[in-house]
Design a protein around this ligand. Structure first.
Ligand SMILES: C[S@@+](CC[C@H](N)C(=O)[O-])C[C@H]1O[C@@H](n2cnc3c(N)ncnc32)[C@H](O)[C@@H]1O
Length: 217
């Protein structure tokens, strides 16, 4: 933390020689622990299936979907919806296991969201992804999403917003571990608008998280 606070740079790469996600890809036991740790706070996703109107939605694409805890909640609540989960290749095993009961309704795509995102979704999820990255990389990820989406498709962003009870501590945590940061709602709004989205709503979620709703213009 001292290194991160003094330099404004991620301490994990300084200590371990590479970015958190590539290091974890080479150390699967740590990657497994990371996904279990993320899943421990999946309670924050519980209200999401009821906060958005999924009645006209056919396909949901979860970008950097982790172990699939959010996509699983959406698919189990809305039986007509099919899902696509995009992840780094080494993370897909955890998602396949979590979503094993949804075989036939869910497909898994190994890929890099800075290069491309699966097309054809009516709703795109970006949960706890943007806080891993600086503004420039966030806009790249959002642009890749916008390119895959058609006008009027919806984007749902789950993040902890500043100021908030735990967001300041998470802000330092994100800087240390991945060089990312937590942001205020208006800051996410600017990033979304810069990539061609219109922010339309913000809902509180459990565990100090928020759901930002945006529409592709
Ligand atoms: C903080 S986790 C969030 C996981 C999940 N969305 C959630 O909220 O529980 C960020 C995810 O982004 C994935 N990720 C990182 N870089 C990626 C990339 N370039 N392309 C696709 N996924 C990536 C990681 O493997 C990780 O699962």
């Amino acid at each position: 933390m001292t290194y991160a606070v003094r330099t404004g740079q991620e301490a994990f790469a300084h200590r371990y020689g590479q970015h958190h996600f590539t290091y974890f890809a080479e150390h699967p036991e740590l990657g497994g622990r990371f996904h279990r740790a993320m899943a421990a706070s999946a309670e924050m996703f519980t209200p999401v299936p009821d906060l958005v109107d999924f009645s006209g939605v056919r396909r949901v694409v979860d970008v950097g979907g982790g172990n699939g805890a959010l996509l699983g909640r959406v698919l189990r609540s809305h039986g007509h919806v099919e899902g696509v989960l995009l992840e780094r290749p080494e993370a897909l095993e955890a998602a396949r296991s979590e979503l094993a009961d949804l075989t036939g309704r869910c497909t898994f795509a190994a890929g890099d969201f800075t290069e491309s995102v699966p097309e054809g979704g009516d709703v795109y999820l970006l949960s706890r992804v943007l806080h891993d990255w600086d503004d420039e990389r966030c806009v790249t990820i959002l642009q890749r999403c916008a390119e895959a989406m058609r006008e009027g498709s919806q984007l749902l962003v789950v993040e902890r917003l500043l100021p908030g009870n735990t967001a300041a501590a998470w802000d330092v945590h994100m800087l240390c571990n991945v060089g990312g940061r937590e942001r205020e709602e208006a800051h996410y709004g600017r990033l979304l608008e810069g990539a061609g989205f219109k922010p339309t709503a913000c809902h509180a979620l459990p565990l100090g998280a928020s759901l930002l709703h945006a529409v592709r213009g």
